[in-house]
Ligand binder design. Structure first.
Ligand code: FAD
Ligand code: MG
Length: 365
């Protein structure tokens, strides 16, 4: 073999090696792009008497779909514990045994009741989980909604009182709850959607979902990065406009956004609109001068309880409460028709942008 042939063979080998490396690089790049490709999975389902929507990213499409399915099963499991509408739920058992016997409950129901008692005390009873007799009497959201007689309302009020709820816990997950007065009824309608949303988010995170938006009929939880950019931009429903019309946008990350408003559930009688958020002091729909309250919080259960409580308090008391509790992030909308004002806590103001320019805007002191 002459020198020329040896040199050519060496060159060929080099070219082959370079080609091989190039192909290997292309395969690796393709694998990397596929791994990075984030498939978004959206699922809608009717639960908790409302529309539940979950959108999640991270992992393969089938993996994420199965994790969402798991989170929805978690929602079903908790609904069977917390619902006052399901006859054999733990809450219904507590209600049936009011004034008779303590009822053994799961850790989840015990935790929900404890959190409820905490917020009932903090808000001086504006949020009251024993509101059940008033809710049942008015029947708002059912086909037997009615304006009750004054005596019926008085009787229902006499059954309210979160201090009449007794807690006992022993060793080894031994929990019991007892409503001490016959006729009392727990109703977690103002907090349980939040608690369920928190549990659903935990289930997705445990499964390895990187980013998700969970919407339980307006109780929203987001975690991970948003589809475009790091922060999630969530529109806040205008209380006086059709669903989907927003008055502003809030940027959030790993947080929950919950709104309570008089526009959600109501019925009309004699030209008067009766909504579903009750003032425990009067046993009637709250005469709040607010038309909606939005809370942004790490925990959806807390945001849920607070949004209802601050709505019942009304503007003056809610503003006072927020002054005393500066860690709470809130957006209050006053009920002044076209001249509605948006009040926002200082800590939230830099993250909010008002899109409805006819509304006034004020940062709370
Ligand atoms: P929020 O302001 O968060 O809560 C208002 C609700 O809380 C009222 O409807 C009432 O139940 C209660 N409440 C009113 N005033 C007070 C107060 N001052 N303090 C404390 N609580 C108060 N809806 C159905 O139509 N059918 C169902 O089968 C059904 N099942 C449900 C099961 C569960 C576990 C939960 C959590 C909700 C269920 N719902 C059902 C929905 C529920 O009835 C309410 O519509 C919903 O929870 C109200 O949420 P919101 O965000 O509109 O208002
Ligand atoms: Mg609430």
């Amino acid at each position: 073999m002459n020198l020329e042939n040896v040199t050519r063979q060496k060159q060929n080998k080099k070219i082959l090696l370079a080609l091989f490396l190039l192909i290997a690089l292309c395969v690796l790049a393709l694998m990397y792009v596929q791994a990075r490709q984030i498939k978004r999975v959206d699922v809608e389902s009717f639960k908790l008497g409302t529309l539940v929507r979950i959108s999640a990213w991270g992992g393969s499409e089938t993996q994420v779909a199965s994790l969402i399915d798991g989170a929805l099963q978690e929602v079903d499991r908790l609904e069977k514990l917390f619902s006052a509408n399901i006859p054999d739920s733990e809450v219904s058992e507590i209600n049936k045994n009011a004034g008779v016997l303590p009822v053994r409950v799961s850790g989840e129901t015990y935790e929900l009741a404890s959190r409820s008692l905490y917020w009932a005390r903090q808000t001086n009873g504006a949020f009251d989980p024993t509101i059940g007799p008033v809710v049942a009497l008015w029947g708002i959201g059912t086909n037997h909604a009615k304006v009750p007689a004054d005596e019926e309302i008085e009787k229902a009020i006499s059954l309210l009182g979160y201090e009449k709820l007794r807690f006992s816990s022993g060793m080894e997950d031994d929990y019991a709850l007892f409503l001490t007065q016959k006729g009392q009824r727990l109703d977690f309608g103002a907090i349980a959607k939040g608690q369920v949303a928190d549990f659903a988010a935990d289930a997705l995170k445990r499964g390895g979902v990187r980013s998700a938006l969970i919407d339980l009929g307006g109780n929203i939880v987001v975690f991970g990065e948003a589809p475009r950019g790091k922060m999630w931009k969530l529109g806040i429903q205008h209380p006086g406009k059709p669903r989907g019309e927003y008055f502003g946008v809030i940027a959030v990350a790993d947080e929950s956004v919950v709104t309570s408003g008089r526009y959600e559930r109501f019925f009309e009688s004699g030209g008067v609109r009766y909504h579903h958020i009750f003032d425990p002091a009067t046993g009637r729909p709250s005469q709040s001068d607010l038309s909606s309250v939005t809370i942004v919080d790490k925990r959806s259960a807390d945001a849920d309880a607070l949004s209802t409580a601050l709505f019942v308090m009304g503007l003056r008391k809610a503003a006072e409460f927020l002054k005393q509790n500066p860690e709470i992030n809130a957006i209050l909308v006053s009920d002044e028709g076209e001249k509605s004002c948006v009040y926002i806590t200082q800590n939230l103001a830099p993250r909010f942008s008002l899109s409805n320019k006819t509304m006034r805007f004020e940062v709370l002191e």
